[in-house]
Design a protein around this ligand. Sequence first.
Ligand code: PEP
Length: 251
Amino acid sequence: MRKKVIAANWKMNGTLEQANSLLDAFASAPLTVNESKIAVFAVPAPYLMLAKEKLGGNPYLQVAAQNCYSKKSGAYTGEISVEILKSIGIDYVVLGHSERREYFSESNAFLADKVNICLEFGITPIFCCGEPLEIREAETQNTFVAKQLEESLFHLSAEEISKIIIAYEPIWAIGTGKTASNQQAQEMHESIRSVLAAKYGAKVANEIPILYGGSVKASSAVELFAQPDVDGGLVGGASLIADEFIKIINA
Ligand code: PEP
C-alpha cells in the first residue's frame, strides 16, 4: 500500500524563536503518524539540524530541505548540496516548487538534474508540479502537468521513480485561500497516475504517493485526503500554525 505523506512547507518564514516553539509543539503533540503515514517538515535551511534534533526521536516525523543544488560540491556560493544534506541526516528535499520555478527560473531540465543527484545520494525528492491559472482556464492543465513530469522524471527507471513523491500544486491555489475542489484535485491526481501508469505500468504508478497542495486547511483536509488518488498534502500557510497543522496531520 502506498504511503500517506503530510508535508509542511514553511517557506522563508519564522525566526529561530518561532521555529523552536513550532517544533516543540509538533514533537510533543499526539500525532497519528505510523509506518504508512508520515509527516515531513520542510523548514528553512538554518533550522534543518534543529528540526532533526527536535523531531528525530520519532521515525515518522521527517525533515526536508526546501531546495538543493544539482552539483555534488564545489564553487557554488550560497547553494546547498545533497552531500551536505545527507551528512546532517536529511532524507527529503522539496524540488520544483512553483515559487522556485517562477522566481528562480527553474526549468524542467534543471529539475531533472536535481532529481538525479537526490536519487544518487538516497534523498527522496518531493517533486512539485502544477499549472498556472491561464492554463486551468484554457482547460489544458492535464497536458501541462504531464509535460512537467515527462521532462523532469521520465528519464528515470521504474525503480528510481518509485522513490519519488509527487506533489500536485495548482499555482492558482497556492497561498491564495482558493483550494481546488475535491473533484478537481482527484481528477488531476488520477490523470497524473494514468500518465505514470502509461510509462511505468499500473503497479509502479499505484505505489507513488501524490500529494495535493494549495491552501489546504484543517477544514478541507479530511475530504481532500479521502479522495482515492490523494495521498496527503503539501501545506504552506497552515503548517505555520501548530494546532491547525496537527489537525491536518491527524485528518
Ligand atoms: C505551498 O507552499 O506548497 C503551499 C501549498 O502553500 P499554501 O498551503 O499556503 O497554499
